[in-house]
Write a protein of this length. Sequence first.
Length: 270
Amino acid sequence: MAVTDTGIATPSAPTDDGLRVEQPAEGVRILVLDRRKRRNALDLEVLTRLADELALMSADSAVRAVILTGADGAFSSGADFAVLEHLSRRPEAEVAELLAQQMRVVDMLWALPHPTIAAIDGSAVGGGMSLALACDIRVGSATMALFPSFIRMGLLPDMGASWLLPRLIGEGAALEILLAGRPIDAERALRTGLVHQLSDDALATALDLATRFAARPAAAVVATKRLLRRAADGNLGQAVDLEAAAQATAIHGSEFADTFATWRATRIAD
């Protein structure tokens, strides 16, 4: 979507050139994987462009929430087969270096300070699945599927799947999924916690969430995400100490000064 002079968001034209960025509402950005002739497959150009956009968004104070999705009823079919064939003909050390550089995009997505939402319509395959798992929240449609296809090609999980999947569902469950190499449909994904909501329109639901997040006090949103990440690496006592320090900063911040009186007086919940 694009924002007109009137402030109304309008759909942007499909590009079929890899990636496009939409701004449907204030503070919200949508990253659309758009190689519809190849079911939004990932090649080096797409991953490079995605990394560039994430770097820009990370430093942009106007960005408050980010949605990642795919065009034309598919999230992503994973690695472009032409890329895999090309890599198989290159020296092993060169391939390892190149893959390490390109896969950093997943770490950039995971580290983005703003809340991120994957809107999954259709299949998220291989590296496409990993990108979805690297988002903070996942919303799926009834047609969604997460497909860890790596093992079917004699390959290993990549794009962070070896870390993301066990973190979400535990090592044993992750190993079963990766070694079985079968698609995970919408109901199983919801039941196992790999997606958080199912919707008839995954993108519309993700946009509703993103718009709500973008309307919250910006510093508190970023600090909340950072707090959860840091607390997950320690014990309860350490989490309490982190909370105390972060809360003290918030209490002395301008957002609290600006919003507390209104909340105290109205207690209106949207």
